[in-house]
Design a protein around this ligand. Structure first.
Ligand SMILES: Nc1nc2c(c(=O)[nH]1)N[C@H]1C(S)=C(S)[C@@H](COP(=O)(O)OP(=O)(O)OC[C@H]3O[C@@H](n4cnc5c(=O)[nH]c(N)nc54)[C@H](O)[C@@H]3O)O[C@H]1N2
Ligand SMILES: Nc1nc2c(c(=O)[nH]1)N[C@H]1C(S)=C(S)[C@@H](COP(=O)(O)OP(=O)(O)OC[C@H]3O[C@@H](n4cnc5c(=O)[nH]c(N)nc54)[C@H](O)[C@@H]3O)O[C@H]1N2
Ligand code: SF4
Ligand SMILES: [Mo]
Length: 739
């Protein structure tokens, strides 16, 4: 058999690295980096080969399945959609549109099918829409909306041109960048070092920190104090770009007043960073020709998520680094999403969850209340669910209640290719075809890329007969939930119409009418046909200053000092002066738990592929030697980690890479539930760290889950013979074999 090689992208994470996939005899035999890819230039990480592994994984579902008792049996697509339609319509008829909830997970954003996911959400018009965004970038979107007038205007760090890169709460050497798409972040960081300086602010000496010139091991949760004090130094030492600020921003006087008394000496101890370092960080940021402070989920998943990202943007703005090369910029993507979305209402507080604690933001509710909204009886209760490409049982804090909540539903349909900890509770699971069987255009991530670009995904395998893509599944769900007269006839008609409007076709129109498109630039302009023909995509140049064109605030200025942000910061400072800081331990708990990502893992769903899990256990608690010694604990030992919310057992990894007083455990593990289809993952299950996080711990502005904000204790796990006895899973004692 001859081999064929196809160029496309790895769609596992935001980097979307260009890959060359070689197929022999219907088998993927090699996956390499594509040197012609305009953004990744040949780089891939070890996860790229998982694209082949996923395709061939025997545990991946290839047909819809229906629950029968405790197991699933295959059913046909038509039968599945008919049943789903009947049951969803019944729930809505009896209880109204909000009785159907929907959760959209992370991989949905990695294909253009997400357009149809959005359409389904609109057609459902439910108040109970949730997504992984509310345990991820919600604070950044919230800040973008309040400062720049649109949630899409999350600025990109122009790292390829900056002279100074300060990374706060992100580990791009492992994650390859997020909300700043930067495949091969390591090489880009090395380039910044050649031009200038790289600083990493992180409680752990991460893979990124090892590449940097300087590592500041901040106390978890201390960033807000550090940033306020940096601003104080910038203001009192007159290090700000006054002319640019006056031209670009409003709120400068209010911001200055807030920070004027926040000296590094006053708050340094709360940040866990000494005053001299804070002063130097501020002076160096102002002194560099260009500088960018780039922050991501380490500081999003905090009760101060919104405040921290506000201060990050403010520091970049007041030092003259907003909307200029080497600073924070906005991309010019081929489909200029930010141009139209700035007119969309954010619907902030248009409704709340039923407890009244959480406001809707961009017309969705924080995932932190998902289980509660299913469990709490009465008017407005969720009685049916649709999940699309998400695993919230593992990926979100729900006090371990979400599985049982999903079981209690009248009906639950999951769109996923695996029987996971979440989808195992479904009545029907609808699997899309494998990513290698779909053709696509990367339309979302050029909005956040470090260079303007457009890249295409060719099919490696023909779509199997009868297989559906996610968007086709979404389209069929839409026709089932629409109130149609003469249903059978009308839905057939509508399905025919949808088939003509594939996301690829829609994108073709979007690109043609976009900033580089043929409609604007004539025959030399960009078309999808040209991108298809270019095996590594098309580079559209470096980021350009364009805030004036994009800004959506009423006065077309950057809002440096939203009054509610000022008030919240003032309260934090008063509390800190009283000795109650976010870094002060709570009674009975003495270690701060943070998260950690690994290069061969991607949230919860690559643990079923042997090459991704080989080697030693990675679901460990990382602890500083001083903390281990103080507790009489040793490396490799099984320990019980407990918070007021729950406890789990993991093995201990002792290392001075982590700041004393802090421990780090990765999320996405805990493949222990019965009936899950992941056979490889079940053999090396790890533990679900989200059982430790209190769902009520959230950023008060956006409702984002504050999973880097949990105080815990760690003790030796009780071991009897070769079994570990743990108080895990909310008090129920469980016994499992060691190792
Ligand atoms: N404690 C803690 N929790 C966290 C985080 C943390 O740092 N700490 N990080 C959070 C973040 S940033 C995120 S993004 C979330 C992720 O949270 P989720 O999006 O809820 O979960 P994933 O683990 O990404 O699960 C993705 C699911 O989609 C399925 N899938 C994969 N590809 C496709 C596809 O093409 N189509 C369909 N239909 N299904 C597909 C997979 O089989 C898997 O079941 O986790 C969050 N949870
Ligand atoms: N290999 C791999 N790559 C991935 C993913 C994956 O699971 N695995 N997930 C993808 C997804 S969905 C996302 S959203 C991105 C996320 O990409 P990143 O934002 O880079 O995420 P993390 O690697 O979790 O880095 C967060 C860092 O914040 C630090 N941190 C924790 N608490 C604090 C704090 O209080 N202050 C400061 N300053 N730092 C703190 C942690 O130690 C950690 O190093 O990665 C994407 N890429
Ligand atoms: S960084 Fe790795 S997982 Fe992410 S797109 Fe590139 S190869 Fe795929
Ligand atoms: Mo994420």
């Amino acid at each position: 058999m001859s081999a064929t090689t196809v160029a496309r992208q790895c769609t596992l994470c935001e980097a979307h690295c260009g890959i060359l996939v070689t197929v022999e005899d219907e088998k993927v035999t090699r996956i390499e980096g594509n040197p012609e890819d305009v953004l990744s230039k040949g780089y891939i990480c070890p996860k790229a080969t998982a694209m082949g592994g996923l395709h061939h994984d025997p545990d991946r579902l290839r047909t819809p399945v229906r629950r029968v008792g405790d197991s699933f049996e295959p059913i046909g697509w038509d039968e599945a959609f008919r049943e789903i339609g009947q049951r969803l319509r019944r729930v809505r008829g009896e209880h109204g549109p909000s009785a159907i909830g929907m959760y959209l997970g992370n991989p949905a954003a990695h294909s253009s099918s997400v357009i149809y996911g959005g359409l389904l959400r609109a057609v459902l018009s439910t108040r109970n829409f949730f997504s992984a965004s509310s345990i991820d970038q919600f604070p950044q979107e919230f800040v973008a909306w309040r400062m720049f007038g649109s949630n899409v205007l999350m600025p990109v760090a122009d790292i390829d041109r900056t002279d100074r890169l300060v990374i706060m709460g992100a580990n791009p050497a492992v994650s390859n960048g997020s909300v700043t798409t930067m495949p091969n972040a390591k090489a880009r960081i090395r380039e910044v070092r050649r031009r200038g300086k790289v600083v990493v602010i992180d409680p752990r000496r991460t893979e990124t920190a090892r590449l940097a010139d300087e590592h500041v091991a901040i106390a978890p949760g201390g960033d807000v104090y550090l940033l306020l004090a940096m601003l104080q130094v910038l203001v009192t030492e007159n290090l700000c770009d006054e002319a640019k600020i006056r031209a670009q921003c409003t709120g400068w006087d209010e911001l200055r007043e807030l920070v004027s008394q926040v000296t590094p000496e006053r708050v340094g101890a709360h940040a866990g960073v000494d005053a001299d370092t804070i002063r130097r960080l501020a002076r160096e940021h102002a002194g560099a020709d260009s500088a960018v402070l780039y922050a991501r989920i380490g500081v999003c998943q905090q009760v101060t998520g919104t405040l921290t990202h506000w201060l990050v943007n403010a520091i970049n703005a007041v030092t003259g680094n907003l909307d200029s090369p080497g600073g924070q910029m906005f991309a010019t993507p081929p489909i200029d999403v930010a141009r139209f979305t700035k007119y969309l209402p954010m619907g902030y507080g248009a409704w709340t969850d039923r407890s009244g604690m959480y406001k809707s933001f961009r017309s969705e509710l924080p995932v932190a209340v998902l289980a509660e909204e299913i469990r709490t009886e009465g008017e407005g209760q969720i009685r049916a669910m649709i999940t699309y490409a998400g695993n919230p049982v593992l990926s979100t804090p729900q006090r371990g209640q979400l599985g049982a909540a999903l079981d209690s539903l009248d009906f639950y349909v999951a769109v996923d290719m695996y029987i996971t900890e979440t989808t195992r509770h479904a009545d029907i699971i609808l699997p899309p075809i494998s990513p290698l069987e779909r053709e696509d255009l990367n339309i979302l991530f050029p909005v956040f890329s470090v260079r303007n670009n457009l890249r295409y995904d060719a099919r490696v395998f023909d779509a199997p007969a009868g297989g559906l893509e996610d968007w086709q599944i979404m389209a069929r769900l839409i026709t089932e939930v629409l109130p149609l007269p003469a249903r059978r006839f009308a839905s057939r008609l509508l399905n025919g119409v949808f088939e003509q409007f594939s996301p690829m076709r829609l994108a073709t129109v979007g690109v043609a009418t976009g900033p580089y498109g043929v409609l604007r630039r004539g025959f030399k302009g960009l078309t999808v046909a040209k991108v298809r023909a270019a095996a590594g995509g098309i580079d559209l140049g470096p980021l350009q200053p364009r805030l004036r064109a994009l800004i959506g605030t009423n006065d077309r200025k950057v809002h440096l000092a939203p009054p509610d942000f000022l008030a919240a910061a003032a309260t934090l400072l008063e509390d800190a002066d009283r000795g109650v800081a976010l870094t002060t331990p709570v009674e009975g708990y003495d270690l701060k738990l943070i998260g950690r990502r690994h290069l061969r893992s991607n949230n919860s769903w690559l643990h079923n592929l042997p090459p991704m899990v080989k080697g030693r256990d990675r679901c460990t608690a990382l602890m500083h030697p001083a903390d281990a010694t103080a507790r009489g604990l040793t490396d490799g030992q099984q320990v019980t980690v407990s918070s007021p919310t729950g406890s789990i057992v993991v093995s201990l990894e002792v290392s001075d890479d982590i700041r004393a007083g802090t421990i780090a455990i990765p999320h996405g593990w805990g493949h222990r539930e019965p009936g899950v289809g992941w056979q490889v993952a079940a053999a090396l299950p790890g533990a679900n760290v989200n059982l430790l996080h209190d769902p009520a711990s959230t950023d008060p502005f956006s409702g984002n889950s504050a999973v880097n904000n949990t105080w815990v204790t760690v003790v030796a796990a009780l071991v009897i013979g070769d079994a570990v006895v743990s108080q895990a899973d909310h008090g129920s004692v469980s016994v499992s074999r060691k190792g």
